[in-house]
Write a protein that binds this ligand. Sequence first.
Ligand SMILES: Cc1cc2nc3c(=O)[nH]c(=O)nc-3n(C[C@H](O)[C@H](O)[C@H](O)COP(=O)(O)OP(=O)(O)OC[C@H]3O[C@@H](n4cnc5c(N)ncnc54)[C@H](O)[C@@H]3O)c2cc1C
Length: 296
Amino acid sequence: MKIDEILKHRSPCFSFEFFPPKTDDGVEKLMATIKSLRILNPGFVSVTYGAGGSSRARTLEVVKRIKTELGMEPMAHVTCVGHTRDELRALFEALAGAGIENVMALRGDPPKGEERFTVAEGGFRYASEMIEMVAREFDLSIGAAGYPEKHQEAESVASDVANAVRKVRAGARFLVTQFFFDNDAYFAYVERVRAAGVDVPIVPGIMPITNYAAIARMTAMSGATIPQRLLAELEARSDEPDAVADLGVAYTALQCRDLLDRGAPGLHFYTLNKSPVTRAVVSALVAARTFHELVA
Ligand SMILES: Cc1cc2nc3c(=O)[nH]c(=O)nc-3n(C[C@H](O)[C@H](O)[C@H](O)COP(=O)(O)OP(=O)(O)OC[C@H]3O[C@@H](n4cnc5c(N)ncnc54)[C@H](O)[C@@H]3O)c2cc1C
């Protein structure tokens, strides 16, 4: 089923994102992880696209297996990095031919060690160009990336909004955001892009906090900011990994609850291929709903 249809019928729609492992053994472990999250009844699960090499083929392999072996709705991410238009066309043909109905169309980050994105010869410069081609030639539901705290390379907030508009006009049927820790950033973003005419669902991306060093590294890379008071609490626990993880799960659960209470259409979890934290957070949301129903 197409994700834009799923988002119309499920409220809230939980979804989980995974990355393709490097080895065959890793793929088997990932399939077990995804299976263990099936009990949470996600609307869809997505598999990212690597910067190159064998992991790219694994994206296709894993999305196919998610559909056929687990009966869950998959979405394949695809990036423009290092591909000609014809190669991308062949990739979308392979996905559509395998019965995959959903793709996340991205420009991609520069490969490791490179500072700037460079256009492949005969390739696309921007995600919007690839989205236009996919929308014209394929019957796929297309998602695109949104940035509550602005894409790092965007010249201004206004040009970032203009790009979201461009991607939706080109054919994106929903946006999934970069992760953030301050919900006001998400709601301000939704307001900005809605005012500019974007009317598709905007699903917030959620990065559960599990590890102090990892979260510091990922926020530096993505441009997401950590609210000062949360940062202070994390820093106070930086020598105690379990205490960081406990606070992380509690914070993420409350963040998610607030997002849903204020009207977010769903939650897209960056699982980092691990199930326990995502399961704990979603279980807290289910428990909160059950508790409210019980005491209502
Ligand atoms: C939900 C989500 C999933 C992701 N999955 C992956 C993944 O699987 N693999 C991966 O490698 N990366 C992934 N990324 C990261 C993403 O590839 C990077 O953030 C990348 O730097 C930008 O991709 P984009 O599709 O947003 O690019 P674009 O929308 O093309 O934007 C890139 C930059 O160009 C600017 N721009 C766009 N069009 C124009 C124009 N016409 N004129 C001037 N400036 C313009 C934009 O403002 C922006 O600064 C993901 C990000 C998100 C939020």
